[in-house]
Design a protein around this ligand. Structure first.
Ligand SMILES: Nc1ncnc2c1ncn2[C@@H]1O[C@H](COP(=O)(O)OP(=O)(O)OP(=O)(O)O)[C@@H](O)[C@H]1O
Ligand SMILES: [Mg+2]
Length: 260
């Protein structure tokens, strides 16, 4: 497939998109401008935010979410971060040091985060021992924290870890955060490579969705779910690594954000 990112990379192209085929005059935006939009409603309403990111492998979703997480803390939109980071053998969300990493909720209960450390817990399972961390447990604890008054961001890197099977949640807590979390001081963020595996409410209930380059089947699905116009679809097909468009309640604003 000519648009496959691996293939494009193998051919020495930085990402997947054919930038030269991008229509002239399309507006460019910085990552900082994108963050303003992502946090706009939460900042105005003093509530939580709901953000998602779709994209083919290696296009920049995790890179983007690391920044979203740090900014949410810096802007005091969240007092506490719970990050489900079980996709790779290594810890990807490593900016807060090894003292923030726990296997699962049980491990956090027996080893709480010290007052002197950043209010961040990175749940990583214990891949070498074959121990997994459940998204449901992390989300349930996030809801509990929010209801007790601690604004909490629950970030799930690869939301398919929160599915029992295609389009079926593993438990009620993460969908509850999507439905009601923002009024209960719980924000949500998630990424996925395969939007067609998610329950439709994941996209329906997420305020802002960053779309990175998508392969054809995923793009067709996202087009339908998010009612994307043809110019947005063409823009997605032109994206390089680190570039994305943002879909908000108003649709696409015509801007391509990133890579800087
Ligand atoms: N805006 C950017 N500027 C510089 N480097 C970037 C940018 N976005 C992504 N990268 C780099 O590209 C690589 C892939 O990014 P990342 O891991 O975020 O992709 P991903 O979409 O999360 O992939 P996967 O679906 O496999 O998890 C990483 O090495 C990352 O540091
Ligand atoms: Mg990733």
């Amino acid at each position: 497939m000519a648009t496959d990112p691996e293939r494009a990379e193998a051919n020495g192209v930085a990402g997947a998109g054919a930038s030269e085929s991008r229509p002239a005059g399309r507006r460019r935006g910085t990552r900082a401008e994108a963050l303003e939009l992502i946090f706009e409603t939460a900042t105005e309403d003093d509530e939580g935010f709901r953000h998602g990111a779709l994209g083919a492998p290696r296009m920049g979703k995790t890179y983007h979410m690391k920044e979203v997480a740090q900014e949410a803390l810096d802007r005091e939109l969240a007092d506490l971060l719970f990050i489900h980071d079980c996709k790779r053998l290594d810890v990807q969300y490593d900016a807060w040091g090894p003292q923030s990493v726990r296997v699962d909720v049980e491990d956090l209960t027996s080893n709480p985060i010290s007052e002197d450390d950043p209010p961040v817990v990175v749940f990583h399972g214990a891949p070498a021992e074959g121990r997994k961390c459940s998204v449901e447990d992390v989300a349930a604890l996030g809801l509990q924290q929010g209801r007790q008054g601690t604004g909490t961001l629950v970030l799930v890197d690869e939301l398919y870890h929160g599915m029992k099977s295609r389009m079926t949640w593993a438990g009620p807590a993460f969908p509850e955060i999507l439905r009601e979390g923002s009024s209960q001081r719980v924000s949500s963020a998630w990424t996925t490579q395969i939007p067609q595996s998610l329950p439709t409410e994941a996209m329906d209930l997420t305020e802002t969705v960053a779309i990175f380059y998508l392969q054809r089947r995923s793009l067709r699905y996202a087009t339908e779910m998010l009612e994307l116009e043809p110019d947005a679809v063409a823009a997605i097909q032109s994206l390089d690594r680190g570039e994305f468009i943002l879909i908000t309640a108003d649709g696409w604003n015509g801007v391509i954000y990133g890579p800087k």
